[in-house]
Ligand binder design. Structure first.
Ligand code: S3P
Length: 430
């Protein structure tokens, strides 16, 4: 579907409560399946990526019910070894989180199972889970270190492993497999990837904790069943980020995003936008199910200037670069991002695709192997057609580009946003 978006003349005001966080929704559903007993999960994100996880778990014999109106999900846990052998390969759709987290659980479950996904997912790198899973004892085959992967029954040992790149998906995959190990395992990381797995598993009685120095986690074999969850999920800061940028850019805006997760491993976008001049404050800070949450208030920025981003901040805002790049284009001056080669391995090569789209829109951008430079002028000419390239966050970032462009922008494949943020067009009246 092609959507044409005209510049928006009115500010963003009022309040909006985003759906449950994508990472938390995936984890709550999968971990509840591995627990023993019935879990209740409120504000579960209903989107393409979580439907993929739901579908796969049903094929593995997990019973769940989802109320599509209230977003309440009930899951009957089958235990760490309770998956049944599925009749066919599991289709993880576009969801690398489904694929990589499920891989850890399936590797340890003692069943034969093939994990597969969309054409886009088949291009994503999987050596990063295959190699350490084999060290842990998994029997896993793949033709070219990419999906599909076939697992055979195997016993898990233990692992002491340094991840070459910070990745919560890989860390979580290994922690899940190591729960069924025969000795403690340690996963070290070069940066602060999101720690939702450690927090949620610990709340379910797993003996897992983060290192007090450096990054990563240690986990002990799980000797008792994981306890079921009864939880309400924090709102998704990665979806909220698009609205933070929108409110920052639209003159006169004063907008509150309610009950959004502000786990410090996820708030890099707030730090980055504030450093550019955005007016973002946290109000009513509290905790929901072991995760910090707040109402996030955004007022239109008086001015925005370019900044430089590198190191740990990149990891803490890894999914937010498409939205951030629009803010950088509307800022004045140079924005430089380094240490962000991971952006090339996401739902699309986000450096190349964003560079092509921004150039088409009339923005000056230069690619680096591990980042980019945007020369912000405060303006986006627009008046062209751009493509989401199968990537939900590219689709939404192009809508942000259109909000203050000098001419309408047509976005092909706009429906991709349904993967993670189906409410997006309604909130922005698109
Ligand atoms: C996620 C981790 C990140 C992120 C993805 C969700 C997770 O991926 O980009 O959207 O839920 O663990 P990586 O682990 O590849 O960095």
């Amino acid at each position: 579907m092609t959507q044409t978006i005209s510049p928006r003349s009115c500010p963003l005001t009022g309040t909006y409560r985003p759906e449950g966080d994508k990472s938390l929704s995936h984890r709550a559903l999968l971990f509840a399946s591995l627990a023993e007993g019935e879990s209740t999960i409120r504000r579960f994100l209903i989107g393409g990526v979580t439907r993929a996880m739901l579908r796969c778990l049903r094929a593995l014999g997990v019973e769940w019910t989802l109320d599509e109106e209230s977003h309440v999900l009930k899951v009957k846990g089958v235990g760490l070894k309770g998956f049944k052998t599925p009749d066919a390969p599991l289709d993880c759709g576009n969801s690398a989180t489904t694929f990589r987290l499920l891989a850890g659980a399936v590797a340890a479950a003692g069943i034969e199972c093939t994990l597969d996904g969309s054409e886009g997912l088949r291009k994503r790198p999987m050596a990063r889970i295959i190699e350490p899973l084999r060290i842990l004892g998994a029997e896993v085959e793949s033709a070219d270190n990419r999906a599909p992967l076939t697992f055979k029954p195997a016993k898990m040992g233990s692992i002491n492993y340094v991840l070459p790149v910070a990745s919560a998906q890989v860390k979580s995959c290994l922690l899940l497999a190591a729960l069924s190990g025969n000795a403690p395992s340690a996963i070290l990381e070069p940066g602060p990837s999101r720690d939702h797995t450690e927090r949620m598993l610990a709340a379910m009685s797993a003996r897992v904790r983060n290192f007090s120095e450096g990054y990563g986690a240690v986990v002990l074999p799980q000797s008792e069943p994981l306890k079921p969850l009864d939880t309400e999920l924090a709102g998704d800061i990665s979806s909220a980020a698009f609205l933070m940028v929108a409110a920052t850019l639209l003159p006169g805006s004063d907008f509150v995003l309610e009950k959004v997760g502000i786990n410090p491993t996820r708030t890099g976008i707030v730090d980055a936008l504030r450093a550019m001049g955005a007016e973002i404050t946290f109000e009513n800070e509290t905790e929901m199910a072991g995760e910090p949450v707040a109402d996030i208030r955004i007022r239109a920025a008086k001015s925005l200037s370019g900044i430089t981003i590198q190191g740990d901040l990149v990891v803490r805002m890894i999914d937010e670069f498409p939205a951030f790049m629009i803010a950088a284009a509307y800022a004045t001056g140079e924005t430089i991002v380094r240490d962000a080669a991971e952006l090339r391995t996401k739902e699309s090569d986000r450096i190349a695709i964003m560079a092509a789209n921004l150039q088409a829109l009339g923005v000056e951008i230069e690619e680096y192997p591990d980042g980019f430079r945007i020369q912000g002028t405060g303006k986006i000419p627009g008046g062209v057609t751009v493509h989401a390239q199968g990537d939900h966050r590219i689709a939404m970032s192009m809508a942000l580009a259109a909000l203050r462009a000098e001419a309408p922008v047509a976005i092909e494949h706009f429906e991709m946003l349904n993967e993670s943020f189906p409410d997006f067009p309604r909130v922005l009246d698109l």
